[in-house]
Design a protein around this ligand. Structure first.
Ligand code: KG4
Ligand code: ZN
Length: 343
């Protein structure tokens, strides 16, 4: 079964064709990072207009490199949310048009959940070996920890009470005078720093507190930077920040594993999953296998949308409907109702 995945929730216009939820036939990503760099963050109106110009050529390029013709597509999966509303409207309108013209089902996909399926693309394990799994989405907008009993089951165990982890990397990067997005630059700078030279607050220290918090860590960096001027001190601050930013994720995953010992694996997804320090520290800290996305599936991409779309389709057998509401953030209850009503 071939599904086309369409992603336009933030600053990447991305389209992929994926067979049976796992074999990526093509994945094309038109990134707007360079366009937003000068503003230090994504400007929603600019992002939406860029999607408008990029979508058609991204679609054509994804089709060409997959060697699939439009009439071989079995269903269309599209990011329904969460995301920037102007951006979502462009992607969902395109997907609805495609669904109409090809007369194929349309599958609304939750972007945050789809990131987890991005981490599973290309791994050899069968689903039975993976689930139940602890799954962490750690991106610029989310720090969500789930228990997944199967590919379409997402029980939220913890989320951030203030900033997202990736957002804190971006803000700290900005304070350190690094380019946007800060995450990869902070990681690079941290590699030449000593994480013992500056102390950072241990966030949400009570181990059983199932939540994440990053704003205090950001304030600690700002305070340290007032008295630090040399480039070595800045590298030390970056290393200390990274240690606690990732340390907190690891502590909470360990705690979740105590609560859910049935978990067979840990799946990490989202932009921060690209952080090598985090990858090596986590696998050392937990006794079950940890899966990280391949580099190309860490950031937003269409393949993860198609992959989750596939599982939604086969597990829930959605029928084509063009009625679902693009403005809802978590529309699955409604989605299920529509499905039950459809012929
Ligand atoms: O998943 P993503 O591409 O976009 C969404 O937020 O949905 O994640 C982007 C985030 C940014 O905050 C970026 O700074 C962070 O992921 N990031 C990293 C690294 N690479 C990207 N954070 C830490 N270390 C990295 N190597
Ligand atoms: Zn994302």
């Amino acid at each position: 079964m071939i599904i086309i995945g369409i992603e336009s929730s933030c600053d990447e216009t991305a389209i992929a064709l994926v067979r049976d939820g796992k074999e990526v036939l093509s994945s094309v990503i038109a990134s707007q990072t360079k366009i937003h760099e000068r503003w230090g963050g994504v400007v929603p109106e600019i992002a939406a207009r860029e999607h408008l110009t990029a979508l058609k050529r991204t679609y054509q390029s994804a089709l060409e490199s997959s060697k699939i013709s439009p009439n071989e597509i079995d269903a269309i999966a599209v990011t329904q949310g969460p995301g920037l509303i102007g951006c979502l409207l462009i992607g969902t309108s395109f997907a609805k048009g495609l669904s109409q013209s090809l007369q194929k089902p349309l599958i609304p996909v939750n972007h945050v959940h789809a990131h987890i399926h991005g981490a599973l693309l290309g791994i050899r394990h069968s689903l039975n070996d993976l689930f139940p799994a602890l799954a962490l989405v750690v991106s610029g907008g989310h720090t969500n920890l789930y228990l997944m009993n199967g590919p379409t089951s997402f029980e939220l165990l913890a989320h951030t009470i203030d900033d997202a982890c990736g957002e804190s990397f971006d803000k700290v990067g900005k304070m350190l005078g690094l380019p946007y997005p800060g995450g990869p630059h902070v990681e690079k700078l941290a590699a030449s720093g000593n994480s013992s030279n500056f102390s950072m607050p241990v966030m949400l220290e009570r181990r059983d507190q199932m939540a994440f918090s990053y704003s205090g860590l950001k304030t600690a960096v700002a305070n340290h930077l007032r008295s630090a001027s040399s480039s070595q001190q800045k590298a030390d601050i970056a290393a200390s920040f990274q240690k606690e930013a990732c340390g907190q994720l690891i502590r909470k995953i360990k705690e979740a594993y105590k609560l859910k010992p049935e978990a067979k694996s840990v799946i990490i997804a989202g932009g921060v999953a690209a952080n090598s320090f985090f990858k090596s520290s986590l696998q050392e800290a937990v006794p079950i296998p940890c899966h990280f996305p391949a580099q190309e599936y860490c950031s937003d991409n269409g393949a993860m949308i198609a992959a989750l779309g596939y599982h939604e389709f086969v597990h829930q057998q959605t029928a084509s409907n063009l009625e679902w509401d693009v403005f809802s953030r978590y529309p699955f209850e409604k989605f299920k109702t529509l499905k039950a009503d459809s012929p």
